[in-house]
Design a protein around this ligand. Structure first.
Ligand code: FE2
Length: 239
């Protein structure tokens, strides 16, 4: 992986499935001034066990691989608006990178199905948070993040999976990842549906706050993402 370039514009926000880059050519969207955080995030991308698992994910499904990177970047960005510490932002970045690696074990006919899943197929898909958590639990010194990865599909109202956890029983990282995950799924095009307009997506996140999402997190996400767009706009104007 190449070094993060703090001047790189985050075009990754608008990547289409059909023109996904090779893993080594992925743009580095972080423009943080604090190089210690950047270095820590880089070190995760080059960590031998993490990069080996991510490589397997890339081979299995490039869309999911790129989705994990986008979610990781979004999650640490939102983290700034939720007053996460630098250490927590690095940790949530890792949780984002790893949240869907369990899909390595999801059969292709389910993972890559170009349409809605049947009930049976959805039950198979629902196994991936546990598989992702099991993968990280085997990593030396990183197993403490297992609960955050396992809970990334838990809903604020307790109707999520795999454990039906409620409100603050859900790890804060998982609550953030769930919003970033949903946002990314809605704003990228797939074979079976076109990406949604950003304003529609913001509204959806707002409408589902309190049921699907932690209201504080979905509010922070919309604020953070609007500021991100503003930052990009100003940067492009100045260029
Ligand atoms: Fe997931």
């Amino acid at each position: 992986m190449t070094k993060r370039d703090s001047k790189t514009l985050p075009e990754w926000l608008y990547l289409e499935t059909e023109d996904l880059p090779e893993p080594s050519a992925l743009p580095k969207p972080l423009w943080l001034e604090n190089t210690k955080i950047e270095q820590a995030m880089d070190s995760l991308n080059t960590h031998p066990e993490i990069s080996a698992v991510l490589k397997r994910l890339w081979q299995k499904d490039p869309y999911t691989y790129n989705h994990c990177h986008r979610v990781a970047d979004l999650a640490q960005w939102i983290g700034q608006f939720l007053s996460l510490s630098n250490q927590e932002r690095v940790e949530i970045y890792l949780v984002g990178l790893m949240h869907d690696v369990g899909k390595i074990f999801t059969p292709d006919h389910v993972l890559k199905k170009p349409g809605p899943l049947t009930r049976e197929e959805f039950e198979i898909m629902k196994k991936h948070p546990e598989d992702s958590a099991n993968i990280i639990s085997n990593f030396k010194d990183l197993g403490y993040l297992e609960p955050a990865i396992r809970a990334h599909h838990e809903r604020f109202d307790g109707k999520g999976y795999p454990d039906g956890l409620l409100r603050d029983k859900i790890h804060i990282f998982s609550r953030v990842i769930f919003v970033a995950d949903t946002f990314d799924a809605m704003t990228t095009s797939r074979v079976y549906r076109k990406k949604l307009d950003l304003e529609v997506t913001y509204q959806e996140l707002t409408d589902c706050s309190g049921s699907q999402f932690d209201p504080e997190v979905s509010k922070a996400f919309v604020t953070a993402h609007q500021k991100l767009r503003e930052w990009i706009h100003n940067k492009k104007k100045a260029a």
